[in-house]
Design a binder for this molecule. Structure first.
Ligand code: SAM
Ligand code: CA
Length: 224
């Protein structure tokens, strides 16, 4: 028994997957195709995707926003969990990677729920705000360029309804955030982001050692 989060060796991780992950064939195929890409490590793990889908279901989210799509695995899990009239606005700058995403969204029959915005995400978020979409989203997943995390977070909070949920990925950054000898731009940006949200009175916070570290932030609403 342990009251500290376990570090998972291969055997225990495989066990966790075998007794909990429920992937469709399309999800498996998308992971298999992405595995051949040199940047495949960017894809979230299947148990993280399932956890995010669980949160979408739990919160009854209808409108979701994703910042950082890559080949579309996280978006696929979220879109599958949204109701039929739900919508996921998916932001990325890569035509190449999102073309792969689009293929699998279609195969899974969720392409009608996903609106892909191919542009720098800050531009897209500012457009959404300029169009008056403040407080219209229930769920936001931040997983693009790490040096923009704080800027994405600030916009995400404005786009979220009170009580809405933001998830932020890679907050433990393979452990580099806790290593004072590491000071590259991405590590410094994630460290700064983590420091800021720790004391942010606008949100309720939980950081989980899932995948590469996942922070959950609930935008406070009246009475919280
Ligand atoms: N969520 C994805 C998944 O689980 O499969 C992984 C996303 S990957 C870590 C980061 C993505 O952010 C890449 O696809 C990259 O093209 C995109 N990206 C980088 N800079 C961006 C920017 N300024 N605006 C929008 N997307 C950006
Ligand atoms: Ca990530």
């Amino acid at each position: 028994m342990s009251n500290r989060t376990l570090s998972l060796d291969e055997r225990l991780y495989d066990y966790l997957l075998s007794v909990s992950v429920r992937e469709t064939d399309v999800q498996k195929q998308l992971r298999a195709e992405t595995a051949a890409d040199p940047m495949a490590v960017m894809q979230i793990s299947p148990e993280q995707a399932q956890f995010m889908a669980f949160l979408v279901t739990l919160t009854g989210a209808r409108r979701a926003l994703e910042i950082g799509v890559y080949t579309g695995y996280s978006a696929l899990a979220v879109a599958m969990a949204l109701p039929d009239d739900g919508e996921l606005v998916a932001c990325d700058i890569s035509e190449h990677w999102t073309a792969i995403a689009g293929k699998y969204w279609k195969l899974a029959g969720v392409e009608n729920k996903i609106v892909l915005r191919l542009a720098p995400a800050l531009q897209t978020l500012d457009q959404l705000l300029a169009q008056g979409q403040q407080e219209s989203f229930d769920f936001v997943f931040i997983d693009a360029d790490k040096t923009s995390y704080t800027a994405y977070y600030e916009r995400a909070l404005r786009l979220l309804r009170p009580g809405g949920l933001v998830l932020v990925d890679n907050v433990l950054w393979s452990g580099a955030v806790a290593d004072p000898a590491v000071s590259d731009q991405d590590t410094v940006a994630i460290r700064e982001f983590n420091r800021q949200v720790k004391d942010d009175p606008r949100v309720v916070l939980s950081m989980l050692p899932v995948g590469d570290g996942l922070t959950l932030l609930l935008k406070k609403q009246a009475g919280w």
